[in-house]
Design a binder for this molecule. Structure first.
Ligand code: NAD
Length: 449
């Protein structure tokens, strides 16, 4: 094994890490040519080795992301990494379609794009690299990553682990590459390079717009502001627990996490009571709410980066409030126009909006989701109410009676992804998303019906 690594090391520049973006792209381009010489069974073995190596390094990657970005919770990052390692679909996701009849046999096959340029966020740095790498390589591509500069070390380490794993499995080095210094300039070189055939952006609105303006095939996985709606028919004790569990997971960094709660008046007090029983700290005093606003929002009314992904007790301490260490979230009742509701805070501060009935709840949820069509959560036992929100809000993910993360395969059915492509419509991406459909026609044969 060591022999294989040292042999490959000669052709690798530090396991896929290059000084220049052009070199990273060229290396990935050559590696992809090698990859497609292997059969699907061997490709599956490469994916299995990626999963194994990332599992072995899950503590390292989670610790690095936590320390480097200063955001989230170490123990939740372990869960997020394990989720993508174990539940991102591999080669089995590639399905062929067939037409057969008097005129013969036609296959619709899924072919790789070639080299994919993937831009990844600071909120899930190793998770997105692992998830994209598994899906994109399973589909027969190589990937050049452009990670967020604030998560540089974690992202580069993940790229190296994946490269080493593929080499150990007997595959080509450089199926995933990146640059030592990820910058916007390097991202631009990648987006314009003629050997990059597809772009996949996971991040906020700016980067989605950038890839969509590139003139290349682009997949955009953009921002969300998921509302959690609770009506009078819900199991309120469970709804309260689910909302705190989902909304405080990794300190609210995931794009799918509950970002505001909309509850009908009849059950609002009981919901708040139960949220507090589940480690939420309520701030009621209007002057303290104002103090919190001044602390966590910047002059432009956007979340202050010093508080993004921080623990609830850290935020409270900065306000001079001591709380039990098990507190996971801060809850505040505000109006729907409050910036806590309107902005994607990405911290464990959950605003609660009280509404008179389900009609107003649906209206407010649609309004504060801002048409991102990303994720919505609802707690209700009334099918008509559930249907009403689903129809109006049109989100890519709609979780009913569970925490938001059930929508990406944790305690809910289905595979996982950390690239949820709402704006461009691919939905929860997987290997087949990263393929081109090709029609392969055999005239006159194999009609044996
Ligand atoms: P961000 O938009 O600041 O950065 C994301 C990536 O885009 C980074 O690598 C950054 O360097 C790059 N980037 C930003 N502007 C660019 C431009 N003009 N050209 C090229 N690259 C550019 O986001 P973030 O703070 O890292 O992540 C949080 C955001 O991402 C939140 O809005 C969250 O909702 C969203 N997100 C969405 C998904 C999804 O699957 N839809 C998943 C995770 C995060």
């Amino acid at each position: 094994m060591d022999e294989i690594i040292s042999k490959q090391e000669k052709v690798l520049d530090d396991y896929g890490i290059y000084n220049e973006m052009e070199d990273a792209i060229e290396a990935a381009w050559l590696a992809q040519k090698e990859l497609i010489k292997f059969n699907l069974d061997t490709r599956s073995k490469f994916i299995a080795e990626i999963r194994k190596a990332c599992s072995e390094n899950v503590e390292l990657l989670s610790r690095m992301a936590y320390e480097e970005t200063g955001m989230g919770r170490y123990e939740d990052k372990i869960k997020k990494n394990l989720l993508v390692i174990n539940k991102t679909p591999g080669v089995e996701d590639l399905k062929s379609e067939v037409f057969s009849g008097d005129d013969g046999l036609t296959l619709i096959e899924s072919s790789p794009y070639g080299v994919i340029g993937a831009i990844t966020p600071t909120t899930n740095p190793s998770e997105t690299v692992i998830c994209n790498a598994i899906g994109m390589i399973a589909a027969g591509n190589a990937v050049v990553f452009s990670p967020h500069p604030s998560a540089r070390k974690t992202s580069l380490q993940t790229v190296q682990i994946i490269n080493k794993a593929i080499i150990i499995a007997g595959g080509p080095g450089n199926l995933v590459t990146t640059v030592k210094n990820p910058t916007l300039e390097n991202a631009e070189i990648m987006m314009k390079h003629k050997k990059v055939n597809m772009l996949v952006a996971t991040g906020g609105p700016g980067v989605v717009k950038a890839v969509l303006s590139s003139g290349k095939k682009a997949i955009g996985a953009g921002a969300g502001n998921p509302p959690a709606v609770v009506d009078e028919t819900a199991d309120i004790e469970k709804a309260a627990k689910d909302i705190i569990d989902g909304g405080s997971f990794d300190n609210n960094l995931p794009c799918i996490a509950e970002k505001e709660v909309i509850v009908v008046d009849a059950v609002a007090d009981y919901l708040i009571f139960n949220m507090k029983k589940n480690n939420a700290f309520e701030i009621k005093d209007p002057s303290l709410i104002e103090k919190l606003e001044k602390l966590i929002l910047n002059e432009k009314g956007y979340p202050h980066k010093d508080f993004i992904g921080k623990n609830a007790d850290y935020i409270l301490k900065k306000m001079g409030i001591d709380c039990a260490p098990e507190i996971r979230a801060i809850i505040v009742e505000v109006s729907k126009n409050h910036p806590f509701v309107q902005k994607e805070l990405m911290m464990p501060v959950l605003p609660i909006v009280r509404v008179k009935d389900i009609h107003e709840a649906v209206q407010v949820a649609v309004e504060v989701e801002h048409g991102f069509k990303h994720t919505a959560i609802m707690h209700s036992k009334n099918v008509d109410h559930l249907t009403a929100l689903a129809k109006e809000i049109q989100t890519t993910i709609f979780v009913k009676n569970g925490p938001s993360y059930a929508g990406i395969g944790v305690g809910g059915e289905g595979y996982t992804t950390f690239t949820i492509a709402g704006p461009t419509g691919e939905g929860l991406t997987s290997a087949r998303t990263f393929t081109r459909k090709r029609r392969c026609v055999l005239v006159g044969g194999f009609s044996i019906k």
